[in-house]
Design a protein around this ligand. Structure first.
Ligand SMILES: C[S@@+](CC[C@H](N)C(=O)[O-])C[C@H]1O[C@@H](n2cnc3c(N)ncnc32)[C@H](O)[C@@H]1O
Length: 243
């Protein structure tokens, strides 16, 4: 049974905690690209959450369906304006199927890493491909593993230390296991949460795509579609279903 790390407590403050990712400067270029890729077809969001991307995409006229494990996150999506127009299936996006065909499947905000085994990540590619029409696209937004910041013997990297939030990643290079630890400070009290991940390299994702009958069409460093290179911290990759 797959674990749900987005329970009621996380869902309650998700939009607030991730406020910078809800800014129009982040969301608009993402939605521009997703709308272009969806064309006249339907879009399937794996890990739809509270609708950060799905709601503005649907507002542009793209029919969006989502899959998510967390009923708490989905309840928040459904309560928002436009939420009632988005169908959501509760389940694991590595294996859950929904009816109909899509021109686009997408998985943003590092969520492929929520699948903590290579097999589950491979299953996810196969599941995405199974929902796509021939020529359909699968898009992933995910960070490049930050292992260059680890000197020998060190396995922890701070990624944010501010007045209200401290965040640390711990890495296990032997297994590609990592975990993000968060401390949110309020009135001198800390709220702790941890989320386990499996980090994954771009080349490994390309191989997963190949196993699922897809080939790489584009890889950019960000939603602005700048070139991906040696120092890119994340990538937006798009594979096309070829068989
Ligand atoms: C970081 S949030 C991203 C939500 C939304 N896509 C966004 O960009 O704001 C990850 C979401 O993926 C969901 N999720 C994680 N692993 C999942 C899985 N194996 N199957 C279905 N949903 C999953 C979580 O419940 C959560 O809603």
């Amino acid at each position: 049974m797959i674990e749900n790390h987005f329970d009621e407590e996380i869902a309650e403050t998700y939009d607030e905690d991730e406020a910078t990712h809800f800014a129009a400067s982040t969301v608009d270029p993402a939605v521009d690209l997703l709308q272009e890729l969806a064309g006249d077809g339907r879009a399937l969001e794996l890990g739809i959450g509270t609708g950060r991307i799905a709601l503005p995409l649907a507002a542009r006229g793209v029919p969006v369906h989502g899959i998510d494990l967390s009923e708490a996150m989905v309840r928040r999506l459904e309560a928002k304006p436009g939420g009632a127009n988005i169908g959501v299936t509760i389940g694991d996006f590595a294996t859950t199927t929904v009816a109909g065909e899509f021109t686009l499947a997408y998985l943003v905000f590092n969520t492929i890493m929520n699948l903590t085994s290579q097999q589950a990540q491979v299953d996810c590619f196969r599941n995405a491909a199974a929902h796509l029409a021939p020529g359909g696209r699968f898009l992933i937004e995910v960070g490049v593993p930050d292992l260059r910041r680890l000197p020998p013997g060190q396995l922890t990297v701070p990624f944010h230390v501010g007045a209200e939030h401290w965040g640390f990643d711990t890495y296990r290079p032997a297994t590609q296991y990592m975990a993000s630890h968060h401390l949110h400070w309020e009135d001198g009290q800390a709220r702790y949460s941890v989320c386990p991940f499996r980090y994954v390299w771009p080349a490994e994702l390309d191989l997963m795509a190949q196993l699922a009958g897809m080939r790489l069409r584009s890889r950019w460093a960000g939603w602005d579609r700048g070139p991906f290179g040696d120092d890119s911290e994340q990538h937006i990759s798009v594979w096309e279903k070829v068989s």
